[in-house]
Design a protein around this ligand. Structure first.
Ligand SMILES: [Ca+2]
Ligand SMILES: [Ca+2]
Length: 665
């Protein structure tokens, strides 16, 4: 372990422990102790938890030493396990009901070699286990922190943190991390940080969002393309270029104060080749060692396919995602335990409201099911959404907990992402000449297969995330088509998720073509940016802009804002049923496909009527077509304009426009 990593551990320990409960000053840990105990994870724990605590203790030759715990009644070593490497020990800690919060000591070794490593148990916050999570009432706003806003002006070496709570400077304020800032390079770091997010929480809340999903912020120490954070280098420390653990916790607190939940992005399938444990893992099968290199096959059917070969399944769950991301072996019980209590630690430490699990079907399914159960044993209401990126609806449905799978498998994953709907929306909105099953009928067809899902309230819907082409580019830089996408997102069943900047039709940065150039810097997030699209004045001045650096349609923002703010206060959209109608039109003696789509969201008292006109002509409403649901003209309220509108035969709906009207039944 190099000196930077050592001080990193000590600093984060300080960050983790300062601010509430017993305090711990890492400077007071004797050098002799740090020589022998280089790492203890989890960094701290709490009284009153259900999750059994198993400490990973690391140090040169520590596997051969005796470890006990001093400091008070009720906290002791129940069992200690040697690893394959002599430099680890896994210590099961008994914490009885009468154990008090406070500082305890891991006493390592004996006689003259004995050292004491402080370990803090905090008192658990009241109601912690019972915390609510994200639901259909939320709008989840997805951001990439490196590309959202930079409080340090893009200088990773002058980030806003760098001090303990008592004001003393941290020793590693200049991180020894190799990937540096170059905003002209689409895959370099661009310098966004946690303070930048905190500074713009008002913008996110004002848009009508009620939750933030940020791509990972843990240390990603890869030499190249580390900005996305998906190649973790240390599961217990926020990347110093984003801030530190204490600042992350502050971000969650400030988000809560503004009515925003926080969903953490969890990556159990893989770490990065620059992870600290790669040189000396506790066990040889800590991650999947595949010689020669074995790439995963990205075929998820291997888990439910009655004809699947063991070879194909093994390649899917054990192959590496990419050569820079070693594939974790969740079949090793110590790895599984590590990730279970790690997730619990972050929820409890930072006050999280939900989890999103990356590359879900690349994990071994059975251990991952145990992982979900472990998290929800501690937090029964905790929602977890898994990235099961598949266009086959029966396969997506397979991954949702409660689905009656023939092989008896239950993922215990509550929420899945609706990739089939995502694809259908974008294809529908780009098709102008449509055949029977094309255009808006694609969306109808996806919804028609809702019979396959166990729980329609736990489906995350979206039209883009950070892995997709920018929707503005897909929809031909047409704000009208973007508005239709927004209208669908705000009114279809499920939990909507919006990708940052889509509310202004951000597009791929011109002249570049790479994942990184789609993840553009939010204009105004960096000091010195020519425009600031976070502010109303900045947006008004920008109007519709195709600049060298970005494309934005400011007017779209106000539409999205009106829509999502209305949705927030409209319970029937959160819990209502759906009744939808095919897009067909009689022309002379033929019944042909029309590129429209209409549906009601309703309960016993309230209804919302949605009519998507995805054509370039005015459409007149055939209100009597819906007489199985409602007869005669109905006066309701247009949710965008706020004006009264009477739904009746002949009501014109403009080209490429969504009519959304709420009314009482
Ligand atoms: Ca895997
Ligand atoms: Ca395995």
């Amino acid at each position: 372990m190099n000196t930077v990593m050592k001080s990193l551990a000590a600093t984060a320990m300080a960050a983790a422990l300062s601010g509430c409960g017993p305090s711990f000053d890492p400077e007071k840990v004797a050098d002799a102790t740090r020589e022998q105990v280089t790492r203890v994870e989890p960094l701290s724990w709490w009284t009153g938890m259900k999750t059994p605590l198993q400490l990973m203790v690391q140090g040169d030759g520590i596997g051969g030493k005796e470890i006990r715990i001093e400091g008070g009644k009720g906290v002791s070593v129940r069992a200690a396990h040697k690893a394959a490497s002599p430099d680890y020990q896994f210590v099961d800690v008994e914490i009885t009901a009468d154990a008090r919060p406070g500082t305890y000591y891991l006493v390592v070794g004996q006689g003259a070699d004995e050292v004491k490593y402080p370990y803090v148990l905090r008192e658990r916050e009241k109601g912690s286990a019972d915390r609510a999570s994200f639901t259909t009432a939320d709008l989840v706003y997805l951001i990439m922190p490196d590309r959202f806003a930079s409080a340090s002006g893009g200088d990773d070496r002058a980030w806003a943190g760098g001090a303990y709570d008592d004001g003393s400077a941290v020793p590693w304020a200049v991180p020894e991390t190799p990937d540096e800032v170059d905003r002209e390079d689409p895959v370099a770091r661009h310098g966004g940080d946690i303070q930048g997010i905190i500074d713009h929480l008002d913008y996110i809340a004002d848009l009508g969002a009620t939750a933030i999903w940020s791509t990972p912020m843990l240390l990603d120490n890869q030499p190249h393309e580390s900005y996305h954070g998906y190649a973790c280098g240390d599961y217990y420390h926020i990347d110093p270029r984003f801030g530190d653990n204490a600042l992350y916790r502050k971000f969650v607190d400030e988000a809560h104060a503004k009515g925003l939940k926080v969903i953490m992005d969890i990556v159990t399938n893989h770490c990065g080749t620059a992870h600290w444990w790669m040189d000396n893992p506790p066990f040889p099968d800590w991650y999947h060692v595949t010689e020669p290199y074995m790439q995963m096959n990205a075929v998820f059917s291997v888990y439910m396919d009655p004809h699947a070969s063991v070879k194909d399944r093994d390649r899917q769950q054990s192959g590496w995602f990419v050569p820079s991301m070693p594939d974790m072996n969740l079949d090793n019980p110590y790895v599984l335990r590590y990730f279970q209590q790690w997730a619990v630690w972050w929820i409890e430490y930072a006050g999280l409201d939900g989890l999103r699990v990356d590359t879900y079907p690349y994990n071994e399914p059975e251990p991952m099911s145990e992982w979900c159960q472990a998290v929800r044993r501690e937090y029964p209401k905790m929602n977890i959404v898994g990235e099961c990126w598949d266009m086959n609806i029966p396969q997506v449905a397979y991954w949702q907990s409660g689905h009656p799978n023939r092989n008896g498998f239950d993922s215990h994953l509550p929420c899945i992402m609706d990739f089939p709907l995502q694809q259908a929306i974008l294809r529908a909105l780009t098709e102008d000449e449509v055949w029977w099953d094309e255009g808006m009928t694609r969306v109808y067809t996806v919804l028609a297969q809702d019979f396959a899902y166990h729980d329609l309230d736990n489906i995350m819907i979206f039209f883009a995330n950070h892995d997709h082409d920018r929707t503005g580019d897909v929809l031909r830089h047409d704000p009208a088509r973007m508005r239709l996408a927004m209208a669908l997102l705000a009114t279809l069943r499920g939990i909507p998720q919006l990708y940052y900047g889509d509310e202004m039709m951000f597009c791929e940065r011109p002249g570049m073509h790479h994942d990184g150039s789609k993840r553009i810097d939010f204009p105004g997030g960096w000091a010195g940016d020519a425009v600031n699209l976070f502010t109303g004045e900045g947006r008004a001045a920008a109007g519709y802009t195709r600049d060298a650096d970005y494309t934005a349609a400011a007017g779209l923002h106000d539409y999205a804002r009106a829509l999502f703010r209305w949705r927030k206060g409209c319970p029937v959209i959160h819990h209502g049923k759906t009744l939808h109608f095919l897009s067909r039109k009689n022309v002379k003696d033929r019944n042909i496909t029309d590129n429209t789509y209409s549906y009601f969201r309703y309960d016993d008292r309230d209804a919302v009527f949605v009519y998507i006109n995805n054509t370039d002509e005015v459409r007149e409403l055939d209100w009597s077509h819906y007489d199985e649901f409602v007869t005669g003209p109905v006066t309701g309220r247009d949710v965008i304009s706020g004006e009264p509108v009477t739904l009746q035969d002949g009501l014109p709906v403009d080209p490429r426009t969504a009519l959304i009207v709420e009314f009482k039944r």
